[in-house]
Design a protein around this ligand. Structure first.
Ligand SMILES: Nc1ncnc2c1ncn2[C@@H]1O[C@H](COP(=O)(O)OP(=O)(O)OP(=O)(O)O)[C@@H](O)[C@H]1O
Ligand SMILES: [Mg+2]
Length: 536
Protein backbone atom coordinates (compact mmCIF):
# COMPACT_ATOMS: atom_id res chain seq x y z
CA UNK A 1 0.00 0.00 0.00
CA UNK A 2 1.32 3.44 -0.94
CA UNK A 3 2.24 5.66 2.03
CA UNK A 4 1.19 9.34 1.98
CA UNK A 5 4.81 10.26 1.34
CA UNK A 6 5.18 8.06 -1.78
CA UNK A 7 1.76 9.29 -3.00
CA UNK A 8 2.94 12.87 -2.68
CA UNK A 9 6.07 12.01 -4.66
CA UNK A 10 3.99 10.32 -7.32
CA UNK A 11 1.72 13.35 -7.75
CA UNK A 12 4.70 15.65 -7.89
CA UNK A 13 6.35 13.54 -10.60
CA UNK A 14 3.11 13.30 -12.60
CA UNK A 15 2.54 17.04 -12.27
CA UNK A 16 6.01 17.88 -13.50
CA UNK A 17 5.74 15.37 -16.39
CA UNK A 18 2.48 16.95 -17.59
CA UNK A 19 3.98 20.42 -17.20
CA UNK A 20 7.04 19.38 -19.27
CA UNK A 21 4.77 17.83 -21.94
CA UNK A 22 2.70 21.00 -22.15
CA UNK A 23 5.83 23.08 -22.41
CA UNK A 24 7.25 20.90 -25.21
CA UNK A 25 3.87 20.92 -27.01
CA UNK A 26 3.69 24.74 -26.75
CA UNK A 27 7.17 25.01 -28.30
CA UNK A 28 6.20 22.57 -31.05
CA UNK A 29 3.04 24.58 -31.79
CA UNK A 30 4.96 27.81 -31.95
CA UNK A 31 8.03 26.81 -33.96
CA UNK A 32 7.15 23.73 -36.03
CA UNK A 33 5.24 23.92 -39.30
CA UNK A 34 1.60 22.77 -39.50
CA UNK A 35 2.47 19.58 -41.44
CA UNK A 36 4.82 18.42 -38.78
CA UNK A 37 2.28 19.14 -36.10
CA UNK A 38 -0.31 17.07 -37.97
CA UNK A 39 2.19 14.28 -38.36
CA UNK A 40 2.95 14.29 -34.65
CA UNK A 41 -0.80 14.56 -33.89
CA UNK A 42 -1.59 11.40 -35.84
CA UNK A 43 1.11 9.56 -33.91
CA UNK A 44 -0.37 10.79 -30.65
CA UNK A 45 -3.76 9.43 -31.77
CA UNK A 46 -2.25 6.06 -32.56
CA UNK A 47 -0.55 6.02 -29.21
CA UNK A 48 -3.79 6.81 -27.41
CA UNK A 49 -5.67 4.20 -29.50
CA UNK A 50 -3.11 1.60 -28.50
CA UNK A 51 -3.79 2.05 -24.80
CA UNK A 52 -7.49 3.03 -25.04
CA UNK A 53 -9.52 -0.19 -24.90
CA UNK A 54 -12.84 1.14 -26.23
CA UNK A 55 -14.33 1.42 -29.69
CA UNK A 56 -16.77 4.14 -30.67
CA UNK A 57 -19.35 4.14 -33.43
CA UNK A 58 -21.10 7.37 -34.38
CA UNK A 59 -24.52 7.47 -36.00
CA UNK A 60 -25.28 10.89 -37.46
CA UNK A 61 -28.76 12.36 -37.87
CA UNK A 62 -28.13 13.42 -41.46
CA UNK A 63 -26.27 11.58 -44.15
CA UNK A 64 -24.73 12.68 -47.44
CA UNK A 65 -24.30 16.17 -48.79
CA UNK A 66 -28.07 16.58 -49.22
CA UNK A 67 -28.66 16.18 -45.52
CA UNK A 68 -30.92 13.21 -45.92
CA UNK A 69 -32.46 12.05 -42.66
CA UNK A 70 -30.70 8.90 -41.57
CA UNK A 71 -32.93 5.89 -41.09
CA UNK A 72 -30.37 4.39 -38.71
CA UNK A 73 -30.41 7.51 -36.51
CA UNK A 74 -34.19 7.47 -36.12
CA UNK A 75 -34.14 3.73 -35.39
CA UNK A 76 -31.49 4.20 -32.69
CA UNK A 77 -33.50 7.11 -31.31
CA UNK A 78 -36.61 4.93 -31.11
CA UNK A 79 -34.65 2.06 -29.57
CA UNK A 80 -33.11 4.30 -26.94
CA UNK A 81 -36.42 6.01 -26.21
CA UNK A 82 -37.71 2.92 -24.38
CA UNK A 83 -34.45 2.46 -22.51
CA UNK A 84 -33.55 6.03 -21.82
CA UNK A 85 -36.99 7.10 -20.64
CA UNK A 86 -36.44 4.83 -17.63
CA UNK A 87 -32.77 5.59 -16.97
CA UNK A 88 -31.78 9.02 -18.29
CA UNK A 89 -32.38 12.07 -16.15
CA UNK A 90 -32.69 14.62 -18.93
CA UNK A 91 -35.19 13.72 -21.61
CA UNK A 92 -36.82 15.56 -24.43
CA UNK A 93 -40.36 15.01 -25.67
CA UNK A 94 -41.39 15.35 -29.30
CA UNK A 95 -44.29 14.33 -31.47
CA UNK A 96 -42.52 12.45 -34.23
CA UNK A 97 -43.37 12.58 -37.91
CA UNK A 98 -46.51 10.51 -38.58
CA UNK A 99 -46.59 9.63 -34.93
CA UNK A 100 -49.62 9.58 -32.73
CA UNK A 101 -47.79 9.75 -29.41
CA UNK A 102 -45.41 12.00 -27.55
CA UNK A 103 -42.02 10.34 -27.81
CA UNK A 104 -39.43 10.63 -25.07
CA UNK A 105 -35.77 10.45 -25.96
CA UNK A 106 -32.43 11.33 -24.39
CA UNK A 107 -31.62 15.01 -24.34
CA UNK A 108 -28.31 16.22 -25.79
CA UNK A 109 -25.14 15.28 -23.89
CA UNK A 110 -26.98 12.60 -21.95
CA UNK A 111 -25.55 9.10 -21.49
CA UNK A 112 -27.28 5.77 -20.95
CA UNK A 113 -26.01 2.28 -20.44
CA UNK A 114 -27.41 -0.71 -22.26
CA UNK A 115 -26.77 -4.39 -21.79
CA UNK A 116 -26.92 -7.08 -24.45
CA UNK A 117 -26.01 -10.75 -23.96
CA UNK A 118 -24.25 -9.78 -20.75
CA UNK A 119 -22.11 -7.13 -22.45
CA UNK A 120 -22.31 -3.52 -21.36
CA UNK A 121 -22.34 -0.68 -23.89
CA UNK A 122 -22.74 3.07 -23.50
CA UNK A 123 -24.73 5.47 -25.64
CA UNK A 124 -24.10 9.18 -25.72
CA UNK A 125 -26.34 11.71 -27.42
CA UNK A 126 -24.72 14.89 -28.67
CA UNK A 127 -24.74 17.45 -31.47
CA UNK A 128 -22.39 19.43 -33.66
CA UNK A 129 -23.23 23.10 -34.00
CA UNK A 130 -21.82 24.76 -37.09
CA UNK A 131 -20.03 28.04 -36.38
CA UNK A 132 -21.53 29.72 -39.42
CA UNK A 133 -24.99 28.71 -38.24
CA UNK A 134 -25.84 31.69 -36.13
CA UNK A 135 -24.66 34.20 -38.72
CA UNK A 136 -26.18 32.60 -41.79
CA UNK A 137 -29.48 33.72 -43.28
CA UNK A 138 -30.44 30.08 -43.88
CA UNK A 139 -29.14 28.42 -40.77
CA UNK A 140 -27.94 24.85 -41.13
CA UNK A 141 -29.80 22.39 -38.96
CA UNK A 142 -28.08 21.12 -35.86
CA UNK A 143 -26.35 17.86 -36.62
CA UNK A 144 -27.19 15.53 -33.82
CA UNK A 145 -25.60 12.17 -33.39
CA UNK A 146 -25.52 9.12 -31.16
CA UNK A 147 -22.23 7.60 -30.17
CA UNK A 148 -21.97 3.99 -29.12
CA UNK A 149 -18.99 2.96 -26.98
CA UNK A 150 -18.00 -0.60 -26.12
CA UNK A 151 -14.92 -2.61 -25.18
CA UNK A 152 -12.86 -3.72 -28.16
CA UNK A 153 -13.01 -7.36 -27.10
CA UNK A 154 -16.72 -7.37 -28.00
CA UNK A 155 -16.17 -5.88 -31.41
CA UNK A 156 -17.56 -8.79 -33.46
CA UNK A 157 -20.60 -9.36 -31.32
CA UNK A 158 -21.53 -5.67 -31.28
CA UNK A 159 -21.04 -5.00 -34.97
CA UNK A 160 -22.68 -8.21 -36.11
CA UNK A 161 -25.46 -8.84 -33.64
CA UNK A 162 -26.10 -5.90 -31.32
CA UNK A 163 -26.36 -3.20 -33.98
CA UNK A 164 -28.79 -5.29 -36.01
CA UNK A 165 -30.82 -5.90 -32.87
CA UNK A 166 -30.92 -2.15 -32.15
CA UNK A 167 -32.01 -1.29 -35.70
CA UNK A 168 -34.71 -3.96 -35.84
CA UNK A 169 -36.07 -3.14 -32.41
CA UNK A 170 -36.01 0.58 -33.25
CA UNK A 171 -37.89 0.03 -36.52
CA UNK A 172 -40.47 -2.02 -34.67
CA UNK A 173 -40.97 0.69 -32.05
CA UNK A 174 -41.21 3.35 -34.78
CA UNK A 175 -43.84 1.35 -36.58
CA UNK A 176 -45.88 0.87 -33.44
CA UNK A 177 -45.79 4.59 -32.68
CA UNK A 178 -46.59 5.54 -36.24
CA UNK A 179 -50.09 6.63 -37.09
CA UNK A 180 -51.49 3.89 -39.22
CA UNK A 181 -53.14 4.61 -42.52
CA UNK A 182 -56.18 3.42 -44.36
CA UNK A 183 -55.61 3.67 -48.09
CA UNK A 184 -58.13 3.47 -50.86
CA UNK A 185 -57.53 3.39 -54.60
CA UNK A 186 -58.51 6.35 -56.74
CA UNK A 187 -60.16 5.60 -60.02
CA UNK A 188 -57.80 6.27 -62.89
CA UNK A 189 -60.19 8.79 -64.47
CA UNK A 190 -60.09 10.99 -61.36
CA UNK A 191 -56.29 10.95 -61.43
CA UNK A 192 -56.17 11.96 -65.08
CA UNK A 193 -57.96 15.24 -64.45
CA UNK A 194 -56.53 16.14 -61.10
CA UNK A 195 -53.12 17.13 -59.86
CA UNK A 196 -50.17 15.21 -61.27
CA UNK A 197 -48.91 14.56 -57.79
CA UNK A 198 -51.91 12.46 -56.91
CA UNK A 199 -51.11 8.80 -56.77
CA UNK A 200 -53.18 5.72 -57.28
CA UNK A 201 -53.75 5.47 -53.53
CA UNK A 202 -55.10 8.13 -51.20
CA UNK A 203 -55.20 7.72 -47.44
CA UNK A 204 -56.66 8.83 -44.16
CA UNK A 205 -55.53 8.02 -40.61
CA UNK A 206 -56.67 4.54 -39.62
CA UNK A 207 -58.30 4.71 -36.21
CA UNK A 208 -60.60 1.70 -35.98
CA UNK A 209 -60.77 0.65 -32.33
CA UNK A 210 -61.46 -3.07 -32.97
CA UNK A 211 -59.13 -5.52 -31.27
CA UNK A 212 -59.15 -9.26 -30.77
CA UNK A 213 -60.30 -8.67 -27.18
CA UNK A 214 -63.42 -6.87 -28.35
CA UNK A 215 -64.16 -9.34 -31.14
CA UNK A 216 -66.98 -11.82 -30.56
CA UNK A 217 -65.47 -15.11 -31.65
CA UNK A 218 -64.71 -18.47 -30.10
CA UNK A 219 -61.53 -18.14 -28.00
CA UNK A 220 -59.86 -21.10 -29.80
CA UNK A 221 -60.45 -19.54 -33.20
CA UNK A 222 -59.18 -16.19 -31.97
CA UNK A 223 -56.02 -17.78 -30.65
CA UNK A 224 -55.52 -19.70 -33.87
CA UNK A 225 -55.71 -16.49 -35.92
CA UNK A 226 -53.46 -14.44 -33.64
CA UNK A 227 -50.86 -17.21 -33.57
CA UNK A 228 -51.03 -17.52 -37.33
CA UNK A 229 -50.51 -13.77 -37.73
CA UNK A 230 -47.65 -13.66 -35.27
CA UNK A 231 -45.90 -16.62 -36.85
CA UNK A 232 -46.28 -15.03 -40.26
CA UNK A 233 -44.94 -11.66 -39.15
CA UNK A 234 -41.82 -13.27 -37.66
CA UNK A 235 -41.10 -15.68 -40.49
CA UNK A 236 -39.02 -13.60 -42.86
CA UNK A 237 -36.12 -16.04 -42.79
CA UNK A 238 -38.39 -19.05 -43.07
CA UNK A 239 -40.13 -17.72 -46.18
CA UNK A 240 -36.76 -16.86 -47.69
CA UNK A 241 -35.46 -20.35 -46.95
CA UNK A 242 -38.39 -22.15 -48.54
CA UNK A 243 -38.33 -19.80 -51.53
CA UNK A 244 -41.82 -18.38 -51.05
CA UNK A 245 -42.88 -14.74 -51.29
CA UNK A 246 -43.52 -13.38 -47.81
CA UNK A 247 -47.27 -13.00 -47.92
CA UNK A 248 -50.34 -14.72 -46.63
CA UNK A 249 -53.86 -14.88 -47.98
CA UNK A 250 -56.94 -14.85 -45.76
CA UNK A 251 -60.44 -15.60 -46.94
CA UNK A 252 -63.11 -14.42 -44.52
CA UNK A 253 -66.54 -15.71 -45.32
CA UNK A 254 -69.91 -15.65 -43.61
CA UNK A 255 -73.25 -13.89 -43.55
CA UNK A 256 -73.47 -10.09 -43.36
CA UNK A 257 -72.87 -8.62 -39.91
CA UNK A 258 -70.77 -11.46 -38.56
CA UNK A 259 -67.65 -9.34 -38.15
CA UNK A 260 -65.53 -9.84 -41.27
CA UNK A 261 -64.62 -6.17 -41.62
CA UNK A 262 -64.20 -5.90 -37.84
CA UNK A 263 -61.78 -8.82 -37.90
CA UNK A 264 -59.69 -7.08 -40.57
CA UNK A 265 -59.47 -3.98 -38.38
CA UNK A 266 -58.50 -6.14 -35.40
CA UNK A 267 -55.80 -7.85 -37.49
CA UNK A 268 -54.37 -4.50 -38.57
CA UNK A 269 -54.34 -3.23 -34.99
CA UNK A 270 -52.78 -6.46 -33.74
CA UNK A 271 -49.90 -6.32 -36.22
CA UNK A 272 -49.72 -2.50 -36.46
CA UNK A 273 -50.10 -2.75 -40.24
CA UNK A 274 -51.58 -0.23 -42.66
CA UNK A 275 -54.67 -1.22 -44.63
CA UNK A 276 -55.11 -0.91 -48.38
CA UNK A 277 -58.81 -1.21 -49.11
CA UNK A 278 -58.86 -2.11 -52.78
CA UNK A 279 -62.06 -1.27 -54.63
CA UNK A 280 -61.78 -3.57 -57.63
CA UNK A 281 -64.63 -1.99 -59.55
CA UNK A 282 -62.66 1.25 -59.77
CA UNK A 283 -59.63 -0.50 -61.28
CA UNK A 284 -59.48 -0.02 -65.03
CA UNK A 285 -57.58 -3.11 -66.06
CA UNK A 286 -54.96 -5.66 -65.07
CA UNK A 287 -52.11 -3.22 -65.66
CA UNK A 288 -53.62 -0.74 -63.26
CA UNK A 289 -54.14 -3.53 -60.75
CA UNK A 290 -50.43 -4.32 -60.95
CA UNK A 291 -49.51 -0.65 -60.51
CA UNK A 292 -51.68 -0.54 -57.41
CA UNK A 293 -49.91 -3.56 -56.01
CA UNK A 294 -46.51 -2.00 -56.61
CA UNK A 295 -47.76 1.16 -54.87
CA UNK A 296 -48.41 -0.65 -51.58
CA UNK A 297 -45.84 -0.71 -48.81
CA UNK A 298 -44.68 -3.68 -46.81
CA UNK A 299 -46.30 -4.53 -43.49
CA UNK A 300 -49.73 -3.91 -44.84
CA UNK A 301 -53.04 -5.69 -45.28
CA UNK A 302 -54.56 -5.50 -48.75
CA UNK A 303 -58.29 -5.97 -48.52
CA UNK A 304 -60.78 -6.79 -51.25
CA UNK A 305 -64.24 -6.79 -49.69
CA UNK A 306 -67.16 -8.71 -51.15
CA UNK A 307 -65.04 -10.29 -53.82
CA UNK A 308 -68.06 -12.11 -55.23
CA UNK A 309 -69.68 -8.74 -55.95
CA UNK A 310 -66.63 -7.02 -57.34
CA UNK A 311 -66.05 -9.56 -60.06
CA UNK A 312 -67.93 -12.45 -61.47
CA UNK A 313 -65.84 -15.35 -60.32
CA UNK A 314 -68.43 -18.04 -60.34
CA UNK A 315 -67.84 -19.56 -63.75
CA UNK A 316 -65.05 -21.58 -65.24
CA UNK A 317 -61.66 -19.97 -65.07
CA UNK A 318 -61.02 -20.23 -68.83
CA UNK A 319 -64.34 -18.74 -69.74
CA UNK A 320 -63.90 -15.83 -67.41
CA UNK A 321 -60.40 -15.11 -68.50
CA UNK A 322 -61.63 -14.45 -72.00
CA UNK A 323 -64.44 -12.23 -70.91
CA UNK A 324 -63.74 -8.96 -69.10
CA UNK A 325 -65.21 -9.31 -65.65
CA UNK A 326 -68.43 -7.47 -65.22
CA UNK A 327 -68.24 -5.14 -62.28
CA UNK A 328 -71.92 -4.26 -62.29
CA UNK A 329 -73.06 -7.49 -60.72
CA UNK A 330 -73.55 -8.26 -57.10
CA UNK A 331 -75.55 -7.52 -54.05
CA UNK A 332 -73.83 -4.29 -53.15
CA UNK A 333 -73.60 -2.94 -56.65
CA UNK A 334 -75.53 0.23 -55.78
CA UNK A 335 -72.80 1.44 -53.49
CA UNK A 336 -69.98 0.18 -55.68
CA UNK A 337 -70.61 1.64 -59.09
CA UNK A 338 -67.54 1.63 -61.27
CA UNK A 339 -66.26 5.15 -61.51
CA UNK A 340 -64.88 4.63 -64.96
CA UNK A 341 -67.37 4.76 -67.76
CA UNK A 342 -65.94 1.75 -69.48
CA UNK A 343 -66.24 -0.33 -66.29
CA UNK A 344 -63.54 -2.58 -64.94
CA UNK A 345 -61.67 -4.82 -67.35
CA UNK A 346 -59.91 -6.69 -64.59
CA UNK A 347 -59.98 -10.41 -65.27
CA UNK A 348 -59.71 -13.38 -62.98
CA UNK A 349 -56.26 -14.14 -64.31
CA UNK A 350 -55.27 -10.55 -63.55
CA UNK A 351 -56.48 -11.00 -60.02
CA UNK A 352 -54.70 -14.32 -59.59
CA UNK A 353 -51.56 -12.66 -60.84
CA UNK A 354 -52.09 -9.88 -58.33
CA UNK A 355 -52.20 -12.38 -55.51
CA UNK A 356 -49.31 -14.62 -56.37
CA UNK A 357 -47.70 -13.46 -59.58
CA UNK A 358 -44.10 -12.33 -59.79
CA UNK A 359 -44.98 -8.78 -58.82
CA UNK A 360 -46.65 -9.85 -55.63
CA UNK A 361 -43.29 -10.71 -54.09
CA UNK A 362 -42.02 -7.14 -54.33
CA UNK A 363 -41.79 -5.10 -51.20
CA UNK A 364 -41.87 -7.51 -48.29
CA UNK A 365 -44.51 -8.81 -45.97
CA UNK A 366 -48.14 -8.45 -46.91
CA UNK A 367 -51.41 -10.00 -45.97
CA UNK A 368 -54.12 -10.20 -48.59
CA UNK A 369 -57.67 -10.54 -47.29
CA UNK A 370 -60.77 -11.32 -49.31
CA UNK A 371 -64.22 -11.21 -47.79
CA UNK A 372 -67.36 -12.73 -49.17
CA UNK A 373 -70.86 -13.62 -48.10
CA UNK A 374 -70.99 -16.53 -50.55
CA UNK A 375 -67.80 -18.55 -50.50
CA UNK A 376 -69.34 -21.25 -52.66
CA UNK A 377 -69.71 -18.75 -55.52
CA UNK A 378 -66.00 -18.15 -55.85
CA UNK A 379 -63.81 -19.83 -58.41
CA UNK A 380 -61.77 -22.58 -56.73
CA UNK A 381 -58.64 -21.18 -58.40
CA UNK A 382 -59.03 -18.10 -56.26
CA UNK A 383 -59.63 -19.81 -52.96
CA UNK A 384 -57.12 -22.65 -53.17
CA UNK A 385 -54.42 -22.83 -50.48
CA UNK A 386 -51.34 -20.95 -51.49
CA UNK A 387 -53.53 -18.09 -52.67
CA UNK A 388 -55.95 -17.95 -49.80
CA UNK A 389 -53.93 -19.84 -47.21
CA UNK A 390 -56.35 -19.47 -44.36
CA UNK A 391 -60.11 -19.70 -44.63
CA UNK A 392 -61.96 -18.21 -41.67
CA UNK A 393 -65.66 -18.76 -41.35
CA UNK A 394 -67.41 -15.95 -39.53
CA UNK A 395 -70.64 -17.27 -38.22
CA UNK A 396 -73.71 -16.39 -36.18
CA UNK A 397 -73.21 -15.35 -32.60
CA UNK A 398 -72.88 -18.05 -29.96
CA UNK A 399 -72.92 -17.69 -26.20
CA UNK A 400 -69.13 -17.17 -25.97
CA UNK A 401 -69.38 -14.37 -28.52
CA UNK A 402 -72.31 -12.86 -26.65
CA UNK A 403 -70.29 -12.78 -23.40
CA UNK A 404 -67.55 -10.76 -25.14
CA UNK A 405 -70.11 -8.31 -26.49
CA UNK A 406 -71.90 -8.03 -23.11
CA UNK A 407 -68.57 -7.17 -21.51
CA UNK A 408 -67.73 -4.63 -24.22
CA UNK A 409 -71.07 -2.93 -24.45
CA UNK A 410 -72.44 -3.22 -20.90
CA UNK A 411 -69.41 -4.10 -18.78
CA UNK A 412 -71.40 -7.09 -17.53
CA UNK A 413 -69.71 -10.45 -17.02
CA UNK A 414 -72.54 -12.28 -15.28
CA UNK A 415 -76.26 -11.69 -15.04
CA UNK A 416 -79.32 -13.74 -14.04
CA UNK A 417 -80.56 -13.62 -17.68
CA UNK A 418 -77.42 -15.29 -19.06
CA UNK A 419 -78.80 -18.83 -18.72
CA UNK A 420 -81.89 -17.93 -20.71
CA UNK A 421 -79.80 -16.15 -23.35
CA UNK A 422 -77.54 -19.19 -23.65
CA UNK A 423 -80.58 -21.40 -24.24
CA UNK A 424 -82.13 -19.02 -26.77
CA UNK A 425 -78.86 -18.67 -28.67
CA UNK A 426 -78.89 -22.38 -29.39
CA UNK A 427 -82.34 -22.05 -30.95
CA UNK A 428 -82.04 -18.77 -32.87
CA UNK A 429 -79.67 -17.50 -35.49
CA UNK A 430 -78.57 -13.99 -34.69
CA UNK A 431 -75.55 -12.12 -36.02
CA UNK A 432 -73.05 -10.44 -33.69
CA UNK A 433 -74.09 -7.16 -35.34
CA UNK A 434 -77.68 -7.69 -34.17
CA UNK A 435 -76.56 -8.70 -30.68
CA UNK A 436 -74.36 -5.60 -30.53
CA UNK A 437 -77.21 -3.37 -31.64
CA UNK A 438 -79.51 -4.74 -28.95
CA UNK A 439 -76.90 -4.44 -26.23
CA UNK A 440 -76.13 -0.83 -26.99
CA UNK A 441 -78.04 1.54 -24.67
CA UNK A 442 -80.21 3.86 -26.75
CA UNK A 443 -80.92 6.43 -24.05
CA UNK A 444 -79.01 7.61 -21.00
CA UNK A 445 -81.47 5.79 -18.74
CA UNK A 446 -81.23 2.37 -20.42
CA UNK A 447 -79.21 0.12 -18.19
CA UNK A 448 -77.89 -3.43 -18.59
CA UNK A 449 -81.21 -5.00 -17.52
CA UNK A 450 -83.12 -3.15 -20.24
CA UNK A 451 -80.53 -3.94 -22.93
CA UNK A 452 -80.44 -7.62 -22.02
CA UNK A 453 -84.23 -7.86 -22.09
CA UNK A 454 -84.13 -6.18 -25.54
CA UNK A 455 -81.77 -8.91 -26.65
CA UNK A 456 -84.01 -11.64 -25.24
CA UNK A 457 -86.92 -10.18 -27.20
CA UNK A 458 -84.83 -10.12 -30.38
CA UNK A 459 -83.73 -13.71 -29.78
CA UNK A 460 -87.32 -14.84 -29.33
CA UNK A 461 -88.29 -13.11 -32.57
CA UNK A 462 -85.38 -14.69 -34.41
CA UNK A 463 -86.35 -18.07 -33.00
CA UNK A 464 -89.94 -17.74 -34.24
CA UNK A 465 -88.67 -16.59 -37.61
CA UNK A 466 -86.34 -19.55 -37.87
CA UNK A 467 -89.23 -21.89 -37.19
CA UNK A 468 -91.33 -20.35 -39.96
CA UNK A 469 -88.55 -19.63 -42.44
CA UNK A 470 -88.45 -21.67 -45.66
CA UNK A 471 -85.25 -23.64 -45.54
CA UNK A 472 -84.13 -23.22 -49.11
CA UNK A 473 -85.13 -21.30 -52.20
CA UNK A 474 -83.64 -22.11 -55.55
CA UNK A 475 -83.77 -20.13 -58.78
CA UNK A 476 -84.03 -22.66 -61.58
CA UNK A 477 -82.98 -20.58 -64.54
CA UNK A 478 -81.00 -17.36 -64.87
CA UNK A 479 -79.84 -17.64 -68.45
CA UNK A 480 -82.19 -15.24 -70.21
CA UNK A 481 -82.33 -11.74 -68.88
CA UNK A 482 -86.03 -11.04 -69.59
CA UNK A 483 -87.57 -14.47 -69.13
CA UNK A 484 -89.50 -15.18 -65.94
CA UNK A 485 -87.81 -17.67 -63.66
CA UNK A 486 -89.47 -20.64 -62.13
CA UNK A 487 -88.71 -20.74 -58.46
CA UNK A 488 -89.07 -23.81 -56.33
CA UNK A 489 -89.70 -23.10 -52.69
CA UNK A 490 -89.00 -25.80 -50.13
CA UNK A 491 -90.12 -25.66 -46.57
CA UNK A 492 -88.06 -27.73 -44.16
CA UNK A 493 -87.64 -31.16 -45.71
CA UNK A 494 -90.87 -31.13 -47.69
CA UNK A 495 -90.49 -29.37 -51.11
CA UNK A 496 -93.64 -27.69 -52.35
CA UNK A 497 -94.38 -25.93 -55.68
CA UNK A 498 -96.48 -22.83 -55.94
CA UNK A 499 -97.45 -20.76 -58.95
CA UNK A 500 -97.09 -17.01 -58.89
CA UNK A 501 -97.14 -14.03 -61.21
CA UNK A 502 -94.07 -12.05 -62.26
CA UNK A 503 -94.65 -9.74 -59.27
CA UNK A 504 -94.02 -12.66 -57.01
CA UNK A 505 -97.55 -13.21 -55.68
CA UNK A 506 -98.45 -16.84 -55.29
CA UNK A 507 -101.37 -18.95 -56.38
CA UNK A 508 -99.95 -22.34 -55.47
CA UNK A 509 -97.70 -24.75 -57.37
CA UNK A 510 -94.61 -23.08 -58.78
CA UNK A 511 -93.82 -19.37 -58.54
CA UNK A 512 -92.60 -17.16 -61.39
CA UNK A 513 -90.34 -14.27 -60.58
CA UNK A 514 -88.15 -11.84 -62.47
CA UNK A 515 -84.68 -13.19 -63.13
CA UNK A 516 -82.56 -13.03 -60.03
CA UNK A 517 -79.02 -14.12 -59.47
CA UNK A 518 -78.33 -17.73 -58.61
CA UNK A 519 -78.57 -18.79 -55.81
CA UNK A 520 -80.86 -16.30 -54.19
CA UNK A 521 -82.13 -15.94 -50.67
CA UNK A 522 -85.83 -15.93 -49.93
CA UNK A 523 -85.66 -12.54 -48.27
CA UNK A 524 -84.24 -10.97 -51.44
CA UNK A 525 -87.29 -12.10 -53.42
CA UNK A 526 -89.96 -11.74 -50.79
CA UNK A 527 -89.50 -8.76 -48.54
CA UNK A 528 -91.36 -10.42 -45.71
CA UNK A 529 -90.38 -13.87 -44.61
CA UNK A 530 -93.72 -14.33 -42.88
CA UNK A 531 -95.29 -13.72 -46.28
CA UNK A 532 -93.17 -16.53 -47.70
CA UNK A 533 -94.48 -18.82 -45.05
CA UNK A 534 -98.04 -17.63 -45.70
CA UNK A 535 -97.69 -18.47 -49.40
CA UNK A 536 -97.01 -22.04 -48.48
N1 LIG B 1 -67.71 -10.76 -34.30
C1 LIG B 1 -67.98 -9.51 -33.92
N2 LIG B 1 -67.44 -9.00 -32.80
C2 LIG B 1 -67.70 -7.76 -32.41
N3 LIG B 1 -68.53 -6.93 -33.06
C3 LIG B 1 -69.11 -7.39 -34.18
C4 LIG B 1 -68.85 -8.69 -34.67
N4 LIG B 1 -69.57 -8.88 -35.78
C5 LIG B 1 -70.21 -7.74 -36.00
N5 LIG B 1 -69.96 -6.84 -35.05
C6 LIG B 1 -70.52 -5.49 -34.96
O1 LIG B 1 -71.40 -5.36 -36.06
C7 LIG B 1 -70.99 -4.34 -36.96
C8 LIG B 1 -70.97 -4.90 -38.37
O2 LIG B 1 -69.96 -5.86 -38.48
P1 LIG B 1 -69.01 -6.01 -39.77
O3 LIG B 1 -69.10 -4.80 -40.59
O4 LIG B 1 -67.67 -6.41 -39.29
O5 LIG B 1 -69.73 -7.21 -40.49
P2 LIG B 1 -69.35 -7.88 -41.88
O6 LIG B 1 -69.27 -9.34 -41.61
O7 LIG B 1 -68.18 -7.22 -42.44
O8 LIG B 1 -70.65 -7.60 -42.74
P3 LIG B 1 -70.76 -7.48 -44.35
O9 LIG B 1 -70.67 -8.86 -44.89
O10 LIG B 1 -72.11 -6.90 -44.55
O11 LIG B 1 -69.67 -6.58 -44.80
C9 LIG B 1 -69.63 -3.89 -36.50
O12 LIG B 1 -69.55 -2.51 -36.50
C10 LIG B 1 -69.48 -4.41 -35.11
O13 LIG B 1 -69.81 -3.42 -34.20
MG1 LIG C 1 -67.87 -6.03 -44.16
Amino acid sequence: MATPRTMMELWTTLGSTIASFMFVWAIIRQFFPVELRRYLGSYTHRLVDYFYPYIQITIHEFTGSHLKHSEAYSSVEAYLSTNSSKIAKRLKAEVGKDSSKLLLSMDEHERVTDEFNGVQVWWLSSKVVSLSRAMSYYPEPERRYYRLKFHKKHRDMITETYLEHVLNKGKEIKRQNKQRRLYTNNSSSSIKYSSRRQTLWSHIVFEHPATFETLAMEPDKKQEITEDLLTFSKSKDYYARIGKAWKRGYLLHGPPGTGKSTLIAAMANFLSYDIYDLELTAVKDNTELRMLLIGTTSKSIIVIEDIDCSLELTGQRKKIEEKPLDSNKGKKEAGKEPKDEGGSKVTLSGLLNFIDGLWSSSGGERIIVFTTNYVEKLDPALTRRGRMDKHVEMSYCNFEGFKVLAKNYLEVEAHPTFDLIQKLMKEALITPADVAENLMPKTATENADVCLSNLIRALNEAKDLKKNEPAKVEAMSTDTEKEPVKVEVMLLDQPKDITGSTEGTSKGGSMLLDPIKDPVKVDEMLPDKQEAAAIL
